[in-house]
Design a binder for this molecule. Structure first.
Ligand code: FES
Length: 108
């Protein structure tokens, strides 16, 4: 089966405060979208793979997010765990010319 990647405009950049994350429904799934203090945006699965913590409520520091429940840390670009064997699914995210956050999600 071929996977099609769709670009979704999830909202204006201002919908996510700098240094925080928010949850959005994107292509039928809930994703955590993060905005760094440098206005870079990242998207991951909503829940921590450890025990389901809300990643959007985690602390972000540059290119990582720290899960608020047990401090497992994930690289927002690769999804790799920094201090854990767990990893998160990541999705390409960007800001378009109109200032909207765009997240790319594959669909079968
Ligand atoms: S649920 Fe995220 S570190 Fe445990």
């Amino acid at each position: 089966m071929t996977e099609t990647v769709l670009k979704h405009r999830v909202g204006p950049l201002g919908a996510v405060p700098r240094g925080e994350g928010r949850v959005f429904e994107v292509g039928g799934q809930r994703l955590a979208v993060f905005r760094t203090h440098a206005d870079q945006v990242f998207a991951t699965q909503e829940r921590c793979p450890h025990l389901g913590g809300p990643l959007a409520d985690g602390l972000i520091d540059g290119g990582t997010v720290i899960c608020p429940l047990h401090d497992r840390t994930y690289d927002l670009r690769s999804g790799d765990g920094v201090n854990t064997e767990c990893r998160v699914q990541t999705y390409p995210a960007s800001v378009d010319a109109e200032g909207a956050i765009v997240v790319e999600v594959g669909q079968d």
